[in-house]
Design a protein around this ligand. Structure first.
Ligand SMILES: C[S@@+](CC[C@H](N)C(=O)[O-])C[C@H]1O[C@@H](n2cnc3c(N)ncnc32)[C@H](O)[C@@H]1O
Length: 256
């Protein structure tokens, strides 16, 4: 597994319990560290802005994710088709690479119960915070109630995480990090921060194996459109979008 390269320091007296729960240092971040701190009502992760751009937070209530919920194309969009939502029979998805929860939120907004699995403690903390705010907002509470979070490494303990998470693994969704996936400057900085935390997910082939063991119906893998599939068994189907693609590994039909 690729190890995260940046040190995260939790700042703020009120966040000492969070630091203890995450098992990361509590104090004042140095120039090269990333700081997890409160900014108004949100938890943010911030680094040197010239390198990492604006602080990162999970926001399901406003911004990109909320916009996509309203105007995103429903069950016709690529992720929905990949997860088999078109047929209306998928009721639960495990997103084993949750990240900032954008894909998971799209799935939950389409009516699916989603278990989000995230192994980087600081990212899981952002997700937990974003989820709490979404639960408190009347506009997003119903969707947020379908989102469940498990902190842990899906490559090493997917079956146990799924058993504890209480969401059936009909479909397992994977979106591991991939180098140079978007050229826009803004996303580049956000990706830099993300990569500094998450590494490059070099264990993706083992994650795919674990997902194939645990999924009851299919595993779907999001890739940049031109990227090779994850090393391992060949996908049964490929769905191509404008910038990304889904590789589908099918155990059995979702209709059966
Ligand atoms: C490219 S991001 C996913 C972005 C996500 N699809 C979204 O919509 O925000 C990949 C994330 O998966 C996490 N990850 C990768 N491998 C993992 C594993 N084996 N177990 C848990 N989390 C993993 C990384 O830490 C990172 O946060």
């Amino acid at each position: 597994m690729s190890e995260p390269v940046a040190r995260v320091v939790v700042e703020g007296a009120d966040l000492a319990p969070l630091a203890a729960r995450l098992g990361v240092s509590h104090g004042t971040a140095g120039a090269v560290d990333l700081a997890l701190r409160r900014d108004g009502d949100r938890l943010v992760l911030a680094g040197d802005p010239t390198r990492y751009g604006a602080p990162l937070a999970v926001d399901f209530v406003a911004g990109r994710v909320a916009h996509r919920r309203r105007f995103g194309g429903g069950r016709g969009q690529l992720i929905a088709r990949a997860c088999g939502l078109g047929g209306g029979v998928t009721s639960s998805v495990v997103d084993a690479t949750a990240g900032l929860g954008r894909d998971a939120f799209v799935l939950a907004s389409l009516g699916v119960e989603v278990l989000m699995v995230e192994r980087v403690a600081a990212i899981a903390a952002l997700l937990e915070d974003g989820l709490a705010r979404a639960l408190a907002d009347p506009g997003t509470a119903a969707v947020a109630r379908r989102l469940h979070l498990a902190r842990g490494d899906a490559t090493r303990e997917l079956a146990a995480l799924v058993a504890r998470g209480g969401v059936a693994p009909q479909v397992i969704h994977l979106d591991p990090m991939f180098p140079h996936r978007d050229k826009s400057a803004l996303v580049k900085k956000e990706m830099r921060l993300f990569r500094a935390l998450a590494g490059d997910d070099g264990d993706a082939p083992r994650l795919l194996e674990a997902a194939l063991d645990v999924a009851t119906h299919r595993v779907v893998v999001k890739r940049p459109r031109k990227a090779p599939p994850i090393a391992g068994p060949a996908p049964r189907h490929v769905l191509e979008g404008k910038t990304s693609r889904y590789d589908l590994y099918v155990h059995r039909s979702l209709k059966g």
